[in-house]
Design a protein around this ligand. Structure first.
Ligand SMILES: [Zn+2]
Length: 306
């Protein structure tokens, strides 16, 4: 067994922690595709100003859409964060690593969700990133700045990795996201030596193919999981919420770094997902994030599995 400082600390304080720490809320949703098991675990949620998503949208048309979903545009948004685990044979792959403890007060609950699901982080074989934003990447290191999933192979799309490692990114990403760039580079430097880069269409683990879905970030990747006729797609943030992104996929969203490219990607994905009846697994979609897409008179609707 690999000994890390975190494991020594955890062993020493386990008895105390078990009795003194309140358990945070978590959810778990499971989908089985042939021999592949897909599980989503909650990392908690983010607290965002609503404007961060809705700012660029046509405000007069937006109001009735938000009303339909019961969203108050003057209140903060609290999008859930779902981490996806894939178990097949000897593979126990985690898509994204969560927020960790340094990004957002109500996110970073993955360690407790894993424990509740009976999964040891040391048993994770692969950590496969959709993109380098903090809620997806920053949980990759523990509080000692060592890899949290110490035995895992870390994998990221080559274009995405290069973007966050580029010294120029912090200067051109914009003030609102400058801390994202600093935080990503610092963490990627720690895991860089063992990191595997992949490209569009590559098989990252058996039965799982990368799908370039650029726009939210320059090298964002989704993942198509195929098992016979049944397929599922881990979307990351290519479809970033279960309300406006579905109801009006063409609208530009403030959460996407290249909003035009992201809208084009989103619409192409909806076409593909509905044509092939793909089950979707979304990082910020509600009720565990696993479900189907239904075409509506205008736009689409999310039909959660649970
Ligand atoms: Zn995200």
């Amino acid at each position: 067994m690999l000994i890390t400082r975190r494991r020594l600390m955890a062993t020493a304080s386990a008895a105390l922690a078990a009795t003194s720490l309140p358990r945070r809320g978590w959810t778990q949703t499971t989908l089985t595709l042939g021999e592949t098991e897909i599980i989503t675990l909650s990392d908690g949620w983010l607290d965002l100003p609503a404007d961060m998503i809705f700012g660029p949208m046509p405000q007069d048309d937006l109001a009735p859409v938000l009303a339909q979903f019961g969203i108050d545009p003057t209140a903060p948004l609290t999008p859930p964060c779902n981490l996806t685990l894939l178990r097949r044979g000897d593979t126990l792959a985690l898509f994204d690593a969560g927020s960790g403890t340094q990004f957002s007060p109500n996110a970073g609950a993955l360690p407790e969700a894993l424990e509740a699901a009976g999964i040891d982080p040391f048993d994770i074989t692969h950590v496969i990133f959709t993109h380098g934003h903090p809620d997806h990447l920053w949980g990759v290191l523990d509080d000692f700045d060592e890899p949290y999933f110490a035995n895992a192979e870390h994998m990221m799309g080559g274009a995405e990795f290069d973007y966050w490692m580029d010294d120029a990114t912090v200067g051109n990403i914009g003030e609102a996201r400058a801390s994202f760039a600093v935080g990503a580079k610092r963490r990627l430097e720690v895991i860089e030596s063992g990191l595997t880069r992949f490209g569009d269409g590559d098989e990252v683990v058996p039965g799982v193919a990368a799908v370039l879905t650029a726009g939210h970030t320059p090298g964002h990747m989704a993942f198509l999981i195929g098992d016979g006729a049944d397929t599922a797609m881990v979307l990351g943030d290519a479809i970033g919420n279960d309300h406006v992104a579905f109801a009006r996929p063409a609208w530009l969203s403030g959460s996407d770094q290249d909003a035009g490219a992201a809208a084009a990607t989103r619409m192409a994905l909806f076409d593909r997902i509905t044509a092939d009846d793909v089950t979707i697994v979304g990082f910020h979609l509600g009720q565990g994030g696993i479900g189907k897409v239904e075409a509506r008179t205008e736009g689409y609707g999310f039909v959660p599995m649970t």
